[in-house]
Write a protein that binds this ligand. Structure first.
Ligand code: FES
Length: 646
């Protein structure tokens, strides 16, 4: 098989690949920032590339017209249905046939920039696992020979009643220099949870110890850097999970691991690198040395959990969805590939609830504490796989629901992630059927005379998850869509904004001379499927508990923070409840991580609660399908929604 040179622009990364290698695989193996939402199935078009042609003297290659394969059946089908722009190809389908220069357009690049957020945080209780102990160690004596470590241990036992401590090799390596630098007085950071020495510093060190609370999501990795003595958040940040280039949703990543030998290791390495980058960048933001970070607490879904630990997630992709371990994991941070933290820094990963309900859901349970209230509370953490908790003081149940990525803008014709330029809020006038909207990065509504100028920089690039939810709900309220989710024609709805597209109708949200953003029938179908899965999961838990309604609904997660409760209920995403009892918990998983970081009693509390949470498996519950079908209607075929009014 012949090898060909492939160069990706604008990164300039180049490599040699055999005839027949998919362009997306070549990009992945070079670490090129090329998106893939559907995991290479030719559905999402996020992997679009633009091949160059001709002689590229600076790059030293000549690209012939047949350097890429002809369109295969999958790509042709996509092109016929959705239409690829001239010259564009699907990177997951097109294969290398000759030397290539491939341009990765901006919209196909996974945006990796770190997003800074204000360090606002809810209060936490304090009882940190890692504390500092100052000791004076006896100097060595020729007449009573003993090691420096043995004399340090003796001092810790004598002065602080600390014994049987584990001293990691990395800590031992620095011990002799530190003892002599401190003139035999040192401050030892001891993790009391694992009885491990996390760091040794010369002298009587007064500076605080620091820890990281990390919410490792499949799309975003967010972290807080905290002062362990006060619980204060010194810096917060988020970064895209680089595993996205192996597949957007969890199952795409599991299938990537199944279909590519060593694929799980590639994803493990990618996420560990990202965690290291994030830790260093937060330490820099906070103006501290990363080596003063002595602990990290991590929450994540089960697939992220296994990939972080370097455990093949393949069992999580098939029934009975067995976890390698559901217990909390305590280990050295260095075992997770964290470079640069304190030599003996420890990591704690919260327990997983079940094969599809992870440590992130456990952190939400810790944060929202449904088991301490008399109210029957439904907690929904919306993501590509929604995790649901329902309960009160008597009992708490949990399940997950396969909502898919539609709520994150994927599988939507003009869908995109939440980024500047994305439509995030929509209103439709019920009488004129005209829309007005807002885009991320601009505070003005689209009917404001200053809107065009204010959005000139970002443009109007697509519609994100909260935008599509509001758009569909508003279309229903304005009579553009019936209870079955069918968009009416121009004659039926009385607006020219409803335009035929094949045998169905689309609603034009916005257009200019070159482009238009529509809500298509396919978009509504995708939202119906996602919301039905979410509702069916909630309803299944309600059946198990034996209730027809809930007292409170809490929407967790970054996405939950942006969903309008009213629109969520109009769509029938969540069960009926008083609107004032539907609220957002913000990043509850991140808060739960911080609670466990700053107070070690919280680790015992969540380990105990997870043991008591009753797991409901939606995949094998016969009633799930029934609820799913009934929830297809907007808002619902049978269940009443009295709080929406007549
Ligand atoms: Fe190529 Fe989705 S269409 S990755």
């Amino acid at each position: 098989m012949t090898d060909h040179t492939v160069i990706f622009m604008p990164s300039g990364k180049r490599g040699t690949f055999a005839t027949g290698t998919p362009v997306l695989s070549a990009a992945r193996s070079l670490g090129v920032d090329l998106d893939s939402v559907c995991g290479g199935r030719g559905i999402c078009s996020k992997c679009q590339v633009q091949p160059g042609e001709g002689h590229f003297p600076k790059l030293g290659v000549t690209v012939s017209a047949d350097a890429l394969s002809c369109m295969n059946a999958v790509e042709r089908r996509y092109d016929e249905k959705r239409g690829l722009a001239p010259g564009r190809r699907l990177g997951c389908q097109a294969t290398v046939q000759g030397d290539l220069v491939v341009d990765v357009p901006a919209e196909s690049q996974v945006h990796r920039q770190v997003v800074r957020k204000a360090a606002t945080a809810r209060p936490v209780t304090l009882d940190p696992a890692t504390l500092a102990f100052t000791v004076v160690v006896e100097e060595p004596d020729m007449d009573a020979p003993s090691g420096d470590l043995e004399r340090l241990r003796a001092a810790l036992t004598r002065d602080h009643n600390l014994s049987d401590l584990t001293v990691p090799l990395e800590v031992l390596r620095g011990l002799q220099t530190t003892l002599r630098a401190g003139d035999w007085r040192v401050t030892v950071a001891v993790n009391l949870d694992t009885k491990t020495v996390a760091a040794i510093n010369p002298g009587d060190r007064q500076a605080p110890l620091y820890g990281l609370a990390i919410d490792l999501g499949s799309t975003t990795v967010a972290a807080h850097l905290c002062d362990l003595s006060t619980g204060d958040v010194l810096a917060s940040g988020g970064i895209m999970n680089p595993q996205i280039r192996f597949g957007e949703d969890l199952m795409s990543r599991v299938s990537y691991a199944m279909m590519n030998p060593g694929g799980d290791r590639d994803m493990t390495a990618a996420v560990r690198d990202a965690l290291g980058d994030l830790a260093r960048s937060l330490a820099e933001d906070a103006g501290i040395a990363a080596s003063d970070v002595v602990e990290a607490v991590i929450v994540c879904n089960p697939v992220m959990h296994h990939l972080l630990l370097g455990v093949d997630p393949v069992e999580l992709g098939q029934a009975p969805f067995a976890l390698a371990t559901s217990d909390a994991v305590r280990l050295a941070a260095s075992d997770l590939g964290f470079g640069g933290l304190a030599a003996g820094a420890q990591a704690y990963i919260l327990p997983c609830i079940a094969g599809h309900v992870g440590a992130d859901a456990a952190a939400v349970a810790l944060s929202e504490a449904p088991d301490t209230s008399d109210d029957m509370t439904l907690i929904v953490d919306v993501g590509t796989n929604a995790e649901l908790l329902l309960g009160n003081r008597q009992r708490v149940l949990a399940c997950s629901s396969p909502t898919g990525p539609a709520f994150e803008g994927a599988q939507i014709s003009a869908g995109q992630r939440a980024a500047p330029g994305a439509i995030e809020r929509v209103e439709i006038d019920p009488s004129t059927k005209a829309p007005r909207f807002r885009v991320i990065g601009c505070d003005l509504w689209s009917d404001d005379p200053a809107f065009a100028e204010a959005t000139a920089g970002t443009g109007i690039t697509g519609i994100c998850g909260s935008g599509i939810i509001e758009a569909v709900a508003e279309m229903r309220l304005a009579g553009l869509v019936d209870a079955n989710g069918l968009i009416g024609s121009a004659e039926q709805t009385g607006t020219e904004r409803c335009v035929p597209e094949g045998r169905t109708q689309s609603y034009v949200l916005w257009q200019d001379d070159t482009r238009r953003i529509c809500v298509t029938q396919g978009d509504i179908r995708a939202i119906q499927l996602a919301k039905s899965a979410l509702y069916a999961g909630a309803r299944l838990l309600m059946d198990e508990v034996g209730v027809d309604s809930v007292d409170r609904v809490t929407l967790a997660g970054a996405f939950g923070a942006h969903i309008s409760p009213h629109h969520a209920m109009v769509l029938g995403m969540i069960p009926d409840a008083p609107l004032e009892a539907v609220g957002s918990a913000g990043n509850a998983a991140g808060h739960g991580a911080r609670m466990a970081l700053c107070d070690r009693k919280m680790r015992l509390r969540i380990e105990d609660l997870v043991r008591r949470i009753e797991k409901v498996e939606t995949a094998v519950a016969p009633r799930f399908q029934e609820h799913f079908v009934a929830a297809n209607a907007i808002p619902h075929a049978v269940d009443p929604f009295p709080h929406l009014g007549p």
